[in-house]
Design a binder for this molecule. Structure first.
Ligand code: PTJ
Length: 246
């Protein structure tokens, strides 16, 4: 569908249609539509912009990934529909691996998402099929799947738009777990090492931009930035912004 560019809700409609198209193509889960609507509601409450505490979280997240030995970016149906090119660009910029991890897992969905990521320039995509897969302890859903060379051995993992179980389980295995979730009250945000409460469509380009700047920093400076971030304070500030209104 052609959305007129001068429509006052152009961007919102554009991303909504990406989710609907993904559903029609078979790689977005039907529950992905509900998740997107929930995200839209929180985004309204946040003024549909990146708030300062979220930007600080994005900076700390990029620093953490640049400091990591094996950083991994996890991809599900919604994130593949909304920001496929930015996922690949961010992974390249941070030297991170890309792994597909689906709650409503089917091999067909994995293969469709792998194709989208490869069409957007990804060399290698982990998490497709059953080869070299491990199970994250404490998880019984399909999210337990972890590619041996990617999320299983990752020291830092970025997980966007998820239910809270995996974030909690990943944190308990000692991994630095970065989440992107517009709901500051979700279990995902509350359990994350670095919760980014921002729309993924803004968070990804922001992080690419931040990464271009921070790549020239030394480890000490990156560590200082990473250590200056406090997850609880960040979430409190984000809830405060929603309470106060904009
Ligand atoms: O592709 P699959 O099979 O892995 O399934 C993906 C979904 C999203 C269906 C699954 O992970 C799910 O059910 O997630 P939840 O529990 O609905 O959580 C999704 C979270 O993402 C909610 O807290 C939303 O507020 C948030 N969210 C939705 N859209 C965005 C978002 N956060 C950031 N940016 C968005 N665009």
């Amino acid at each position: 569908m052609d959305i007129p560019q001068n429509h006052p809700r152009y961007l919102s409609l554009k991303y909504r249609h990406r989710i609907v198209d993904g559903l029609k193509q078979g790689f977005v889960a039907d529950s992905g539509l509900i998740a997107h609507g929930r995200g839209e509601a929180y985004d309204y409450l946040l003024g549909e912009k990146t708030c300062d505490p979220a930007l600080n979280a994005e900076k700390a997240a990029v620093a953490a990934m640049l400091l990591s030995e094996n950083p991994v970016i996890s991809v599900n149906g919604n994130s593949a529909a909304l920001v496929p090119g930015e996922i690949v660009e961010l992974a390249e910029s941070l030297n991170a691996k890309i792994e597909i991890n689906l709650f409503y897992r089917t091999l067909e969905r994995e293969q469709l998402i792998e194709k989208i990521l490869k069409d957007n320039g990804a060399d290698r995509v982990y998490g497709v099929g059953d080869r070299d897969m491990q199970s994250i302890p404490g998880l019984s859903s399909q999210r337990k799947r972890a590619a041996k060379e990617a999320s299983w051995s990752a020291d830092t993992i970025l997980v966007p738009l998820e239910d809270g179980d995996r974030a909690e389980a990943l944190v308990s295995t000692g991994k630095c777990t970065i989440t992107i979730d517009l709901n500051p009250l979700s279990r995902t945000s509350k359990s994350a090492t670095i919760p980014i409460v921002d729309n993924i469509v803004r968070a990804r380009p922001n992080m690419i931009h931040i990464s271009e700047k921070l790549r020239s920093w030394n480890a000490e400076k990156l560590m200082e930035l990473h250590n200056s971030f406090n997850a609880q304070e960040c979430l409190n500030s984000m809830v405060g912004i929603i309470r106060k209104g904009f």
